[in-house]
Every structure is written in structure tokens, then in C-alpha cells.
Ligand binder design. Structure first.
Ligand code: ATP
Length: 352
């Protein structure tokens, strides 16, 4: 049995024909860090709140560490589920010192044990020496580490984090992704993180769960999800991509598309009539003798690379999207430049 099991969870608020979450199944191993990723309104927070016990599912079961915490006949209250929560705004008590904030969740412990444990977790999150300060005297990143220390203090089965990085500016966000992952790993804690940001999800998680309209679209490790997105939605939501429709060649290796013949990697080579392809922009590399040729119609500077939108010469249909290709920053290209490129089969995927 997995450490956390969500079976067939369904939740609707007013309208049973339009659930916020539909028949959600997810198995999580001990120590795993999982992200729930998806656009606004896809049901991430509702899922997290059902696990925490703040929201009752209309159907389904939740097991944590072998114990049934929710079924249609039984529901454990949030405080008995062994859960640590980190809220988006950290929810620290402003009138309490950092030490008292962290001790707060340990109400059944003796005063000495509380203090000792709070000091232990503050050391784990790198905030020893800050015990006597108040939350307003800390930076955003430090406040977040206090919130994480408070959640970890009672040794919960699982830590739930709702949009933990959304209040941080870009630089700090990157550092906190790294710090939070390290702290969770050191504490060997299972964690479920809600985010709408692909970079957050990819940077911190062992596996990512992509949701849309209350339904899981794909569950996979970040690299697998990027390279083999299951459907068009995942391909477009997780990174950028070129979506093409095509027909399988008799050789079962190539797909005829509007830009020409695209070779599939081996795992996708099977007999299908019409297929959809997702080709990552970095799967197209500019080269003098490339099989594909077109004109650059838009250039965006992305920092480490340039994004080129290329209209293929063999494609008279202007309603088709131009191909998105990444080019090195030192490559001399502008609107109107004719480029040729090849496509690496490893970055081609068949999608539903
Ligand atoms: P966001 O990223 O914007 O927080 P989310 O993916 O977390 O979105 P949820 O907050 O889980 O999405 O909401 C899923 C759906 O359920 C939405 O359509 C939302 O309007 C609806 N919903 C959530 N909470 C309630 C509620 N208490 N009452 C009625 N509808 C709700």
C-alpha cells in the first residue's frame, strides 16, 4: 500500500454536474515530493483541502500511512490527520516571537520538549539565532522558512503547501525552491505542493500531477512529462511546443506533416493513421543542410536563447502556426532571414 492513497475523490460545491474535482486517483510514496500543477480553477486547492480535512469529498477515500482518514462513512478531523500546512501568506502570528510561532503546533508536548523541538526545526531551516525576533523583522524567504519549521515541528506524515513561492520575487523564488526541497529532503518528509507555475513544480518535485477542469491529465517525473507529454494540453501547459497534425508513413517511422516528414523516436513508432505531434522548440536545431527550410517571421530574445518563429517554405497555408525554434543568442538572425533546421527525434512526442 502506498503511503498516501487518494481513491476516486470527487468534490462538487453547488452543481453535481460540474465538479471541482472528478474521480481523482493518486498514490504517493513516503518521502516523495509531489506537485499539483494546473491553471487557475483546475481543482488543485480543493484537492489539497480535501487531504487536509478542510473540505469533505462527495465521493472517494483518503488513506494516510495505512489509516483511513476519509471515506463515505468516516472522516477524521484535520488535527488528527498528521498534516503540516504551509499557507500561501505563511499565516504567522505577528504578536508571537519566531520561537513561539514554531512551538504553537506542539500543544500536547511539555514546555521543555516544545522549546527543544522548536530549536531543532529552526536549525533545520537555517534560522538558529532568530528565536526572539518577530515575523515582521524577517524577510519573505525567512518568514516562509519559519512557516515550514512550524509545519514540520510535530513530525507530520505529510506537509501540504499552497502556492508556497507566489509571494516571493523572482530571485528569492529560485533560492527558496532549492532551500525548501533541501529542507523537506533532510526531514525525509512527504510533501504535496500546489502551484500554477511549471518552474516551481519542476524544480521541487519527484513527480508532477497536471490537472485541468478537475481531472488529472498526467502524472509523471518532470523530465518524462516534458519529453513525453500525454496530450496537447500538457504539451502546451508544461513549457512551449509546436503542435502538428500528421499521418503515419508506411515505414512506421515517419509522420507526414504540413512542414514535411518528421521522424519519430522508436518508442512512438506504431501504426496510427492521423496523429498529433508535440515538438519542443529545442528539438529543432538550425543547421546549414537541414531538412526543413523557412523564413523567420518573429524573433524574441529570451536571455539565454532567441525564440524564432519560422514559416516553412513548403507550407502555403498561412492559418498554420509558424514553428517555434530556439537559436543560440549569438546566432545572427532577424525577421526575413531564411533558416534551415533539422528535428531531433528524441524531442518529438505523439500526443492525444
Ligand atoms: P487557483 O490556482 O486559482 O487557486 P485551483 O486550481 O486551486 O485555482 P480550486 O480553488 O480548487 O482551483 O477551485 C476549483 C473550482 O471549484 C473552481 O471552479 C472554483 O470556483 C470552485 N470552488 C472552489 N472553492 C469553492 C467554494 N468554497 N464554493 C464554491 N465553489 C468553489
Amino acid at each position: 500500500m502506498s503511503f498516501i492513497q487518494l481513491n476516486n475523490l470527487t468534490k462538487y460545491f453547488h452543481d453535481s454536474s460540474n465538479p471541482a474535482v472528478t474521480a481523482l486517483n493518486l498514490d504517493i510514496q513516503k518521502g516523495e515530493i509531489i506537485s499539483l500543477l494546473g491553471p487557475s480553477g483546475c481543482g488543485k486547492t480543493t484537492t489539497l483541502r480535501m487531504i487536509a480535512g478542510f473540505e469533505h469529498p462527495n465521493k472517494g477515500e483518503i488513506h494516510i500511512d495505512g489509516k483511513e482518514v476519509f471515506s463515505e462513512t468516516h472522516s477524521l478531523p484535520p488535527e488528527k490527520r498528521g498534516i503540516g500546512m504551509v499557507f500561501q501568506d505563511y499565516a504567522l502570528f505577528p504578536h508571537m516571537t519566531i520561537l513561539k510561532n514554531v512551538m504553537f503546533g506542539l500543544n500536547k508536548w511539555s514546555a521543555r520538549q516544545k522549546k527543544q523541538r522548536a530549536k531543532e526545526v529552526l536549525e533545520l531551516v537555517g534560522l538558529e539565532g532568530y528565536e526572539k525576533r518577530y515575523p515582521t523583522q524577517l524577510s519573505g524567504g525567512q518568514q516562509q522558512r519559519v512557516a515550514l519549521a512550524r509545519a514540520l515541528a510535530p513530525n507530520p506524515h505529510v506537509v501540504l503547501m499552497d502556492e508556497p513561492f507566489s509571494n516571493l520575487d523572482a530571485g528569492l523564488r529560485e533560492k527558496m525552491r532549492f532551500d525548501v526541497t533541501n529542507i523537506l529532503r533532510k526531514a525525509n518528509t512527504t510533501a504535496i505542493i500546489v502551484t500554477h507555475d511549471q518552474k516551481d513544480a519542476f524544480a521541487v518535485s519527484d513527480r508532477v500531477v497536471v490537472m485541468k477542469d478537475g481531472v488529472i491529465q498526467q502524472i509523471a517525473a518532470p523530465k518524462e512529462m516534458y519529453r513525453c507529454p500525454k496530450n496537447c494540453f500538457v504539451a502546451q501547459f508544461v513549457g512551449k511546443t509546436n503542435l502538428l497534425t500528421g499521418r503515419m508513413d508506411d515505414d512506421l517511422m515517419n509522420i507526414h506533416t504540413h512542414i514535411g516528414k518528421v521522424t519519430l523516436p522508436e518508442q512512438w513508432q506504431e501504426r496510427l493513421e492521423t496523429v498529433k505531434l508535440s515538438i519542443r522548440p529545442e528539438g529543432c536545431h538550425l543547421t546549414d543542410q537541414g531538412a526543413f527550410c523557412g523564413e523567420v517571421v518573429r524573433v524574441t530574445y529570451g536571455g539565454e536563447y532567441q525564440e524564432l518563429y519560422v514559416r516553412l517554405h513548403n507550407e502555403p497555408n498561412l492559418s498554420k502556426e509558424p514553428m517555434l525554434i530556439y537559436a543560440p543568442i549569438d546566432q545572427d538572425v532577424e525577421i526575413g532571414t531564411i533558416v534551415t533546421f533539422d528535428i531531433k527525434p528524441e524531442l518529438v512526442a505523439l500526443v492525444e
